[in-house]
Design a protein around this ligand. Structure first.
Ligand SMILES: [Fe+2]
Length: 208
């Protein structure tokens, strides 16, 4: 799967960790460990896939929610992360800040998650519409559904967790089904069940 937007930038692992640790002080919360686990899962799955860069996957996973450094926000974290990464020239990371949430197209401008201006929503909607997702977009979408703040879990647990916190709507089932498709896609790429590559996921799935 090729991207309509050229990839050209993401920081090194060391720089990503440094900037992450700096930014989380602005809004320490569950998203911090969620991001760390998403990064770990992305790296492991990318390594198992064989045709992906594990370091790039780690960095994209670590920074996908970096926009949450501004405070407790919903959809706004996407555009804040995009802006922050673009200011640093990290176009790959910026892209992931927008794509990781949008498993389904088109973007719904009336979604309850939007706490930004109509112009900003339109920018995100246009960006998503014009972007053909590549394997990194899909990987971080999947890893977002594998990572809780207390550890990795099978996707069913995370989906219900998010549904209980934010509510479910008319597109919830479609979104769940898309998540299962992503799971199958990466199972095939890895040549085995992705969970076999995620150390400790059995135990951490059982955590309440
Ligand atoms: Fe996330």
């Amino acid at each position: 799967m090729k991207s309509a937007v050229p990839h050209s930038g993401y920081p090194s692992r060391e720089e990503a960790i440094r900037i992450f640790e700096e930014k989380i002080t602005g809004n320490p919360g569950n998203w911090v460990d969620h991001s760390r686990y998403a990064a770990f899962a992305a790296e492991q799955i990318a390594a198992a896939a064989g045709d992906m860069d594990p370091e790039k996957a780690y960095v994209l996973g670590l920074l996908h929610d970096i926009g949450r450094h501004v405070g407790i926000v919903r959809g706004r974290h996407q555009i804040e992360g995009y802006r922050f990464c673009m200011e640093n020239g990290w176009t790959d990371c910026a892209r992931i800040c927008l794509t990781h949430t949008h498993l389904l197209k088109p973007v719904n401008p009336k979604s309850a998650m939007w706490d930004i201006s109509a112009e900003e929503v339109q920018f995100i909607a246009d960006f998503i519409d014009q972007t053909e997702y590549d394997d990194y977009d899909l990987l971080i979408q999947l890893c977002d559904s594998l990572a809780r703040s207390i550890g990795l879990c099978v996707i069913e647990i995370r989906m219900v967790d998010v549904g209980r916190r934010y509510g479910v709507g008319p597109t919830t089932l479609k979104r769940w089904n898309r998540t299962f498709e992503l799971n199958s896609y990466f199972d095939k790429k890895c040549g085995s069940n992705i969970y076999f590559h995620l150390l400790g996921i059995g135990e951490s799935s059982l955590l309440p």
